[in-house]
Design a protein around this ligand. Structure first.
Ligand code: BGC
Length: 736
């Protein structure tokens, strides 16, 4: 041993090169100095090679200089299994199984920034173990319509909630030397026609609704990369868009990281050169419709870019700017020698997944089964000799399908596993409905005879059971919660409404658990006493669901989006097809800033379940809210304090929500907008004070004439409540 150390010391001493190592390799120097040093050493071809893919998920480093390749991976709910170098097939590795974390809608339903940090950190650690440098997520596109096939990958309908939650996810991940890549910037709010639909919207809707979460990711989260969207915005593809990328992202927000295309999102060399794109991934290599083998030099930012640079059609400075950004990213991730090694599918990561699941599940309804009778939840199993679990989703691997977020899990606890672990042999199972295989762009037809026989079997078993728990909802099949297309109906698919009604007719002790990333129509709602939104919860989902149903965990999730009664009650569906899904060329966001609860409130259309809603097995009483002042000066603050007491007999968590409304304004404003929230834990009988601080920024709207944010003096109201419709106190104040 001693001998080895001695030998190594000799080698080091005989290495004068070590002292004179190039600056770009010296990690003690400032990042920008290293970037400039590396840039100065690179040839034109080496620079261009960095700006486009060299494999499905890899981009080149600088081999001659020992700068490693950059490895990306989906994202956003776990590290995706290895994909072949040059096609979309899975590479069939045996060491790429991971933890599936709850979907981002579930994370949003926790309303818990600490859990978002834990989530980002855990995925960062898994990415390190899998040797990935850039994780393609999280997604923060705003939930505009419940038909969007990818809402499950995003954080709901409210820009403030998504902003507060995206920042810790990024910080948790990037502290590992793994870059987050926030996507899809911007206005990819539907999957239908996503590759070409041209979104037209007002400046107000852009700045007030669709951009804030991206802005927070950049200005507060310091995200190192961002993915462009497939769609067009005001006539230009989002992946090379002068307004979105040059003017807003890079100039106004000062983003100094890398803009990556969505896979295949580049369409034009000159625009890609000039309008903010840095790294082109996933393009077809013959420039048209199919892929030639290893044709990466045909990419828009490869040989065609070189030609334009050499002819002077686009300036060399565009290339240097891209390469600086790519080097920065590379030095922070791939070339970072100080990063740890990471870990995969560890007990700690399973605990993170389960904690998030526990706090994400939303108790939508828990009414007595008969008037004055008892409630079904939490399940008191001493009352039941038999519990029937029904539903394809009780046993389905919901990590499969859905598109690029598909995961290969090491372990998966299904809802049926979770129920059996608690209630053993009392639990019987009937599939109840069949959904077929998850296939991209293809829906399996289920014969009516199969539908009928599965339903009849479940109904016969339900007749004999003491309690029925149905795990239904959507899944990751095409036209459900899945990339590349939208849902075609708002109601539950696979004949579930008939199944629910037939079971309820023979057994009123029915709990319906929806697993989905979207709201669904519920014409059967009044007949079912207990309803739970259980999202897609990943590896430990079955445990979390059993925890909440049994009462081991008191539910504390709150909806991050509204459930309209019917589709036409949603703003995006109130102005005809041009407003959703568009006429196949253009789409006009005529719903403007009135997205989600902003629409329901302002148009006085009650949703079935409102934004921010979620029940508990205990009750919380809100005391009188007190404001520190009645008037707010432009440079001042008002503190609003509200005491909240757990008046029930079990401990629980409550998310106290602050909304603010401008009572009178020169422009149309929503009745109220979320401006603060705090999740508190309370023992029975305990009271805590929640204090919100309001300043002028909380009162502003985006003024289209000024092209800036502005607050108008006058009266405002602070609304404090348990959901956007369950407001417990109001505090008026005036902006001077
Ligand atoms: C998706 C992205 C994803 C990429 C790579 C695209 O189809 O829109 O979200 O990261 O593929 O798989």
């Amino acid at each position: 041993m001693k001998h080895t150390i001695f030998a190594m010391a000799c080698v080091a001493a005989s290495l004068p090169a070590f002292a004179s190592q190039p600056a770009y390799l010296n990690e003690s120097l400032p990042l920008e100095e290293r970037v400039e040093d590396a840039l100065a050493r690179m040839t034109l071809d080496e620079k261009i090679a960095m700006c486009h893919a060299e494999g499905k998920f890899a981009a080149a480093g600088v081999p001659r200089l020992g700068i490693p390749d950059l490895w990306t991976s989906d994202g956003p709910h776990g590290v995706r299994a290895e994909i072949n170098w040059n096609d979309w097939g899975y590479a069939n590795h045996t060491n790429d199984s991971i933890t599936a974390f709850p979907a981002l809608t579930a994370l949003a339903a926790t309303w818990n920034p600490q859990l978002s940090f834990d989530y980002g950190n855990a995925i960062g650690e898994e990415a390190l173990y899998r040797e990935k440098d850039v994780m393609l997520g999280p997604g923060v596109n705003i939930y505009r319509t419940p038909l969007n096939g990818r809402n499950f990958e995003y954080m709901g309908e409210d820009p403030y909630l998504a902003s507060v939650l995206v920042v810790p996810y990024i910080k948790g991940m990037q502290q590992n030397g793994v870059a987050a890549c926030v996507k899809h910037y911007a206005l990819n709010n539907q999957e239908k026609w996503r590759g070409h639909i041209d979104v037209e919207l007002s400046d107000r809707a852009l700045h007030e609704i669709y951009l804030p979460a991206f802005k927070a990711a950049v200005t507060e989260g310091d995200v190192w990369s961002i993915m462009g969207a497939y769609n067009k915005v005001r006539g230009q593809h989002a992946c090379h868009n002068e307004l979105l990328l040059n003017d807003i992202l890079k100039k106004d927000w000062g983003f100094e990281g890398v803009v990556v295309t969505d896979w295949g999102g580049a369409h034009d060399t000159k625009e890609a050169a000039l309008y903010g794109l840095d790294l082109e991934m996933g393009s077809f290599t013959n420039g048209l419709t199919s892929e030639s083998d290893f044709g990466y030099n045909d990419y828009y930012l490869a040989d065609p870019y070189k030609k334009m640079l050499e002819s002077g059609e686009v300036p060399m400075s565009t290339l240097d700017d891209k390469v600086r950004r790519l080097l920065r990213l590379n030095f922070r991730t791939a070339m970072n020698r100080n990063k740890p090694f990471g870990s995969v599918a560890s007990p700690e990561h399973y605990a993170v997944a389960e904690n998030i699941g526990d706090e994400a599940i939303v108790l939508l309804k828990n009414a007595p089964v008969t008037k004055g009778g008892s409630r079904l939840l939490p399940i008191d199993d001493s009352k039941y000799g038999s519990i029937l679990v029904v539903g394809d989703n009780a046993v389905r691997m919901l990590n499969k399908g859905g598109g690029s977020s598909e995961l290969k899990v090491k372990d998966m606890v299904s809802p049926l596993d979770g129920m059996r672990a608690l209630y053993g042999d009392k639990v019987k199972f009937a599939q109840g409905y069949k959904a077929g295989k998850p296939m991209y762009n293809h829906v399996e037809e289920i014969p009516q005879t199969v539908v009928d026989s599965l339903r009849e079997e479940a109904v016969a078993m339900a007749r004999e059971a003491d309690l029925v728990v149905l795990f239904g909802g959507l899944n990751k099949n095409a036209e459900q919660d899945c990339e590349a297309d939208d849902r075609t109906i708002y109601g539950l698919p696979f004949s579930q409404p008939e199944l629910i009604e037939s079971i309820q007719a023979v057994n009123p002790n029915l709990v319906v658990v929806l697993l989905s990333g979207n709201a669904v129509e519920m014409p059967w709602e009044s007949k079912v006493p207990a309803i739970v939104e259980g999202w897609y919860l990943g590896s430990m989902g079955g445990n979390s669901l059993a925890n909440v149903l049994s009462g081991k965990v008191n539910p504390s999730g709150k909806l991050p989006f509204s459930f309209p009664v019917k589709l036409e009650d949603c703003g995006a569906h109130s102005f005809g097809e041009i407003c959703y899904p568009g006429d196949s060329i253009t789409e006009k966001y005529l719903d403007d800033i009135l997205v989600g609860y902003r629409w329901h409130d302002t148009k006085k259309i009650a949703p079935k379940y409102s934004f921010g809603h979620g029940l508990s097995y205990t009750d919380f009483r809100y005391g009188k809210a007190e404001a520190s002042a009645k008037e707010l000066a432009a440079d001042g603050e008002i503190l609003i304090n509200v005491p909240v007491t757990n008046v029930g007999d079990r401990k629980g968590k409550e998310t106290v929500q602050l909304y603010i409304g401008d009572d009178k304004s020169s422009v149309m404003r929503p009745v109220k907008e979320l401006k603060g929230f705090e999740k508190i834990a309370l023992a029975p009988g305990e009271t805590k004070n929640v204090t919100f601080t309001i300043d002028i920024d909380d009162l502003k709207f985006y003024d289209e004439t000024l092209k800036d944010w502005k607050a108008e003096p006058g009266r405002f109201t602070a609304y404090i409540g348990s959901s956007s419709t369950d407001i417990r106190c109001k505090v008026p104040f005036t902006l001077k």
